[in-house]
Structure formats: structure tokens, C-alpha cells
Design a protein around this ligand. Sequence first.
Ligand code: ME8
Length: 647
Amino acid sequence: MSKPFYITTPIYYVNDRPHIGHTYTTVLADVIARFHRMMGEDVAFLTGTDEHGQKVEKAAAARGITPKALADEVVANYTELWKQMDMTHFRFIRTTDEDHRKVVQARFQQLLDSGDIYKSTYKGLYSVSDEAFVTEMQAKELQAQGLGHQLVELEEETYNFRLSKYEQPLLEYFAAHPEFVQPDFRFNEVKRFVEGGLQDLSISRTSINWGIPVPVDGKHVIYVWFDALLNYLTGAPEGAWPPDLQLVGKDILRFHAVYWPAFLMAMGLELPKTILAHGWWLMGDDKMSKSKGNVVRPDTLLKFGNDALRFYFMRDMQVGHDRSFSFEGFMDRLNADLANGLGNLAARSIAMIQKYREGVVSGMPDPAGEAGGLDESDKKIIAWQKSTFDNARAFAAENNFHGSLSVIWDLIRSLDSYIVEASPWVLAKREREDPQAHEKLDVVLQLLYQSLHNISILVAPVMPAMAQTLWESLGQTGRVDEPGRFAGGLPRIKTPVQVGEPKPLFIRIDKEAEMKAIEEAASAPIEAVSTPLDVPELRPIIDYDTFAQTDLRVGQILTAEAVPKSKKLIKMTVDLGFEQRTILGGIATGYSPEELIGRKVVVVANLAPRALMGIESHGMLLAASDNASKPYLIAPPEDAKPGFIVK
Ligand code: ME8
């Protein structure tokens, strides 16, 4: 059996639900996978999640659940979405899968044995609040920010990968394989980076627990990128290696185009054929990302249809470039191209075949356009169909669906003009007396039928459901996206053929109403609390200077334990960026010690120490309260760092 076309997406972090950025990459992979199946190839399409590391460990601790339980929750969001969107991956790989752990550990051991991984000590400045080693330069920047980042000299034992050894081999490989990274301008960035020199790479940590342990050295876990990148190896089906196409966002190209091939060279494995880096979906000029709080979730767009969203992604984004998202642009595109363009052409053509020929298309014009009875405009459409089929397929083979859909929609527009020019309704009136008009009407309807038939095949990888609806409306049976359907040239159509019921392909979006709903939702007043709480009276007014004497800081709870014999008190160690403190809080009625660990809080940092139950407390945590017993800890945003001033 021939090697399957092996295509992968990045595996997504489980710190967020999917947004349209993740959805875009996965749709692009699915469209390419479907295209290759229609080219008659066997396809293996892999996607999944990246679940280890400190962020997940901490987020889970803050919620008092295990990291695996947190990952399970987020994974369900992904798998349900992919199911709803009819993605055709053969496996959803998780880095917590047992077979993956085995592959990562075995490969780590292999490189340890060969000397490409060696034990070393990492010595340098460590920022306690950022929990990361920092370079001299970064340290200076942090100190300039004056946020009290506590920097300490730290030595940590670590396993290093001998990346430096692969600098020359990588450059040689790049020179010999111009298709290794696409687009070219990104390949140049990668080359320049490697030419700048490569240093060995630390690939284990002793400060993290949530990860795959280093074999025979349990105090280390394997650092996320070595673990994450190897998913492509674990997930490769028998006989599929190497990957033919690996899709990544431009943000993670370096990991895929430098570290990943170096790992594979060290393992003696063949390198992927192509790493394709796409651009970002932006909101205004900003990257869409959770930390910026500007993400669009796919559910808000899926209400207009899965195929519509897939079409928008493929039509509007030129692979490799960034693109700004807007709801208005989204709706305009769908109305213009799907409701007016394709939808309208299909509805009109099928209706005319029914009206003038009782739904039967009785023959096809000679594809070469040589036979008699064809005028110049007919011959132009025949030629145009052939070039559209060839060009759309050639663009798709280069993963350029923006180009592919552009040429298909050029054909749709020229068919609209062809209808106006031929005026079938005039021909229909004349055809009883005029045999030439009868013949011309036959040709017009046949050409429209033929074009729609070919278009339904051409758009099938992008819009599988809509293409199938059109296919059936044309009276065709079976699957429009049958494996191999693209393999030959223009398909032959058997006649006579009876068209089916025309089903609407896309319902026009009422843009005004949708925009109004979006604006209303954005400006809706937050509902007032319906029953006023029994709140205490305001305290006397103070001036700003009095308030400003209170030094409030962001802190992060490192440890928490119940104080014996106390119902309310919890003893905590809180990191304030510049120091760690013991703080007691009367919050046991609202929180268990486990769910406090990792949580960020606001601390009154200049409160005189006070002893409670024989323990000295150096500060106080801010909490809201309903005046009964339950405390609600005030939480700074996730990206605020310990030591930040609150004012
Ligand atoms: O980086 N526009 O995971 P991740 C377009 N786990 N695509 C976007 C996007 C945007 N605004 N935002 C995200 C990771 N993406 C690692 C990968 S692979 C071995 C490990 C897409 O959850 C894009 O494909 O941050 C990007 O590469 C990926 O999501 C990052 O997902």
C-alpha cells in the first residue's frame, strides 16, 4: 500500500476553550485532508491537545482539581466542537495518553544513550514571581519596571539537548529542501535564526510535577516542547512517516522548523516534507488571544452554518498572511458569495431546467467545444470551465484555497453574465417557432448544469455538506466527495439526467438585525441586583491621602493549611514578588486549603503584624462578603504578577 498523506495540526494547550484561531488551523487541515482524499490518496489527519506543564498544574490547583481533570474538561470542548464541525481526523491525541508517554520516554532514553541529551546544571538568575530563569538583559528590564521582582541566583539540574551540534546539518538540510518551510519569507526568518547560532536546549525541569518523568531520574519532568512535538511521532500510523504537511501558526514556527527537525535528526528519523506557517486572525491590529480578552468563539459564527464558517476562513485568509476579523466582513462575504453568488446561480439554473425542460437535461455539449451549434459565448464558457477546474485544483494542491475559491467565484460571476447575455426566458418564448432558439436554450441549460456539477465537486473539500446538497439537487447520487473524484480531468456527465428538488444552499443573513443584536448585547446594562442586600451603612468619607496610606499588592498563595482548633483560620504563605509572608485569613468558611494554593489575591501589605492563635500574621487578604459568613476573595487578573501595586 502506498504511504498515506500524513497531515497534522498543532496540539492545543488546555488552558483555554477553542477560539477561532484554533478552529481556523483545524479547518485548514481538514480541508486539505478532504482534498487529498478526493485526489485518491489515503489520508491520516492528526490533531489533539498539549496537556502538561506548570500553567495547567497551577490552574488546576487554583480550582482544587487534578490537572488531568482540568484537561479532561477542556478536551471535551475540543472534541465536541470537532464533532459538530465534522472534522475528519483519525485520532485526537492527548499528551497524557499512555502510548505517548512511552514514546517520549523511549526517545529521551535513546538520545541520552547516544549522547545528544546530557545532564548539566543551569545556572542563572531566577525570577521568583515569574517562576522562570531570566537572562541578564531580561533581569535589567524587570528591575527597570520597579515591580519588586525578586531575583535570585539559582542552580538547577537539567537535561540538555545538544542543539548546537545540529546547526550546520540544519542549514545544509534547509539549502537542499527549499519546500521544507512555507511560505518562503518565513523560511528566510528561520534560516537567519539558525545562522545566528544555536545553543543547547534545556529539556527538563525539576520545579514542575505535571509532566512525563525523565526515565531513571524521577525528580525531572520532560519540558513541554520535547513532550509536545513528539506527539506527531506517537500519532503517526504504521507506514505514514514522515509527515507530508504540518500546519502551525507563525507563533510556533521556530519550535517546528528548528527544534523539531533537530530532534528528528538526532533520532535518525526522516524529516517532515513541509511545515506550513499560517498567519494570525487579528482583532483590529491585535492578535486574538485569551490574555488580551478579545477572542471570538466559533459558536457565535457556527449559527450561520459549519460550511459557511469553513468557506469564510478559506476564502478570506491568504495562508501565510494575517487577517483582521470583523462580524460585518464575515456577513458581507457570506451574503455576497453564498446567498447571492453560488446559491442564486444554483436556484435559478435548476428552476429554469424544471420550467423549460421538465427537469431533464438531455445531453452535454461537446467538451472540446468543436461541434456545431455552439456560439462564441458558449465556447468561452466551456474553455473557462476547463481552466477553472484545472486552476482550482492546482491552487488546492498548493494549499491555496483562497486562490482556488477565487477562480471558482470568477466562473460563477461569468456564468451570471452568460445568463443575462443568453436570456433563456427570451429563447423560451421563441423556441416553438425557431429551432435555433430551441437548440441554444438546450446548450445554455446544459452548460449551466455542467458548470454547477463541476463546481459542486470543486467546493466539496471546503463545504462538504453544501456541495452534497447541490449534488443531490442536480439529481446526482452517491457522494460528491467520493475518494478519487478529483483524480482525473473534467468529469463526464451521463445524460439524460433528471434534476432533483432545488434546496436552498445558504439563507441570506439579515445583517442589519444581526449587527443590532451585537450592539445591543455589547451595550446592555448589567441587570441591577433584584433584591437589595441588607448592607451596612457607608463609613465616614476619607481623603485620598488617607486611603493612599494603605499599600495593596498582588500576592500569590504558595501554601495553605488549616490552623488546628480554629474553625475559620487558614495559615498561608503568600508570595509578594519581593518576599514571602505568613498570612492568616479567616476564610475557612468559604475555602478549603487545597483550592487556595496557586490563587492570586490582593494583600494589605503594610498592616502591622498581629498574632492570632499564637501565629503571627503579616498582612491581610481582601475579600468581599455578604455580611453573613461567606468570604469571596478578591482576585486580580491572571496576568497580574505578585508585587504589582493595587490602587
Ligand atoms: O502553541 N490566529 O498551543 P496553543 C490564527 N501547545 N491561529 C491561531 C491564533 C490566531 N489568533 N491563535 C492560536 C500551542 N492559533 C502549543 C503547540 S504543537 C507541538 C504545541 C492557532 O493552544 C495556531 O495554529 O497556543 C497556533 O499555532 C495554535 O493555535 C496555538 O495553539
